[in-house]
Design a protein. Structure first.
Length: 71
C-alpha cells in the first residue's frame, strides 16, 4: 500500500504524517470510512508487512499519533 516518498530529507514527523495520509488514501480508495480504528488497523497491517525497522517505527508512531489526536 504505502510507498516511501523517496525524499530522504523528510523529518520523522513528516514521515509519520505521510504514512497517515497513505493510510487514509487506502481507506478512501477501498470505499471504507476514514475512522480512527480504520487508520489504526491499516497502519498496523502495513507495520506487520514491512521488514524494514525504520518503517516499522514510523507506522508505530503514526498509530500512536492517530490515537492521541482522536481522544
Amino acid at each position: 500500500m504505502t510507498k516511501p516518498s523517496g525524499n530522504v530529507n523528510l523529518t520523522q514527523d513528516e514521515l509519520i504524517r505521510e504514512a497517515i495520509g497513505f493510510a487514509a488514501a487506502y481507506l478512501i480508495k477501498n470505499n471504507l470510512p476514514v475512522t480512527t480504528r480504520g487508520l489504526s488497523q491499516t497502519l498496523l497491517m502495513e507495520e506487520e508487512r514491512t521488514d524494514i525497522a525504520e518503517r516499522k517505527a514510523i507506522y508505530q508512531e503514526a498509530r500512536k499519533m492517530v490515537l492521541r489526536k482522536m481522544q
